[in-house]
Design a protein around this ligand. Structure first.
Ligand SMILES: [Zn+2]
Length: 86
């Protein structure tokens, strides 16, 4: 959207609609989704809800750990690449 109005610069909902394209409605303040796609108040479980927990692969800690390892591997690869280029 080519507008400088604040309402047009607000974060957009990225949920997929029926056409497979992003929704692009304004996201609810402090959330990544619009009021129709899970951003509304009262949506979702209580903080710490364990009802859908199965193996922990997608917990915040597990995701953060994978990101850390990936960043370390990337740094090692860059370093090795720089050493081999000489
Ligand atoms: Zn949406």
């Amino acid at each position: 959207m080519n507008s400088s109005l604040p309402m047009h610069r607000s974060p957009r909902c990225g949920a997929r609609n029926r056409h497979g394209t992003p929704c692009r409605s304004p996201a609810v303040t402090g959330r990544a989704r619009c009021r129709l796609h899970g951003g509304a108040d009262g949506i979702g479980g209580q903080p710490g809800n364990q009802n859908a927990f199965r193996h922990g692969r997608y917990t915040a800690e597990a995701i953060a750990q994978r990101r850390e390892v990936a960043a370390l591997l990337r740094a090692c690869r860059d370093q090795l690449g720089a050493m081999c280029d000489r």
